[in-house]
Write a protein that binds this ligand. Structure first.
Ligand SMILES: CC(C)(COP(=O)(O)OP(=O)(O)OC[C@H]1O[C@@H](n2cnc3c(N)ncnc32)[C@H](O)[C@@H]1OP(=O)(O)O)[C@@H](O)C(=O)NCCC(=O)NCCS
Length: 213
């Protein structure tokens, strides 16, 4: 009888330690998801810079999006851009990808025309990751620097972005320049394991919210 009582006391206690740990993990994951969703929802719908308007991608962008994204030079430096880039990819980007809770892409527009994408990807427990690409005809005019600085300013001014991360292939001097001019500091260089850049040296960077903001 005594043995029975001991088991009854011990087993439920063991179970509850395991289930408490699982509950704690689930709670942490839910908290991270909520924090990411809050960060995403704090961002403004539209950001205006001296030359550009950043706004949600829309169906009317698809022809320009497909024309500009269907470019091997862009595909080769991005982790996840299809190539060839088809009309179906463009529609999927606008209608599905851009609506995801863990993504916040902005269409970069110049004089009302779609010319590229800049935005954040949210992962639980990680700072949001900045990503971008610009149509090749628009390279070398300071456009991405202008777009990135405006987006970072908008994100930091919400007070909900303690840090933002980014990565670029070590060979992508243009992108590393954009990031370092915006204040990102290099954390480490490593071999990328996923996406188009798998196997290539990649620089991982971080930008913390400036103290004065
Ligand atoms: C990288 C990219 C976003 C740069 O956009 P951009 O509007 O041409 O960049 P900017 O004109 O703002 O240039 C920023 C700085 O980088 C320099 N730069 C731009 N392209 C460069 C290149 N290919 N090599 C070296 N420096 C470059 C510019 O001279 C500028 O520096 P400066 O202000 O001291 O003159 C654009 O080339 C692109 O979309 N490339 C393909 C996609 C990509 O690389 N995405 C990022 C993946 S991590």
């Amino acid at each position: 009888m005594k043995k029975q009582i001991d088991n009854d006391e011990v087993l439920p206690a063991r179970k509850s330690v395991a289930s408490l740990a699982a509950e704690k993990r689930a709670l942490e994951a839910a908290t991270h998801r909520l924090a990411a969703r809050r960060q995403r929802d704090m961002l403004p719908g539209k950001i205006v810079t001296p030359r550009l308007v950043l706004r949600p991608p829309m169906r009317g962008d698809v022809p320009d999006l497909v024309k500009l994204a269907d470019n091997k030079r862009i595909y080769e430096v991005l982790a996840r851009l299809p190539n060839p880039y088809t009309r179906a990819d463009g529609i999927a980007f606008v209608e599905i990808f851009a609506q995801r809770a863990d993504e916040r892409p902005y269409a970069i527009t110049l004089d009302g025309q779609f010319i590229g994408v800049v935005g954040f990807t949210f992962s639980p427990g990680e700072p949001p990751e900045l990503g971008y690409w610009l149509g090749e005809p628009y390279w070398g005019q300071g456009i991405m620097s202008e777009a990135v600085k405006a987006l970072l300013q908008a994100a930091f001014s919400t007070g909900h972005f303690p840090a933002i991360k980014a990565r670029a292939l070590a060979s992508n001097a243009g992108s590393l320049n954009v990031l370092e001019k915006a204040g990102f500091r290099r954390l480490r260089e490593d071999i990328e394991t996923i996406g188009t850049g798998a196997g290539k040296p990649t620089v991982y960077l971080l930008l913390e919210q400036p103290k004065w903001m």
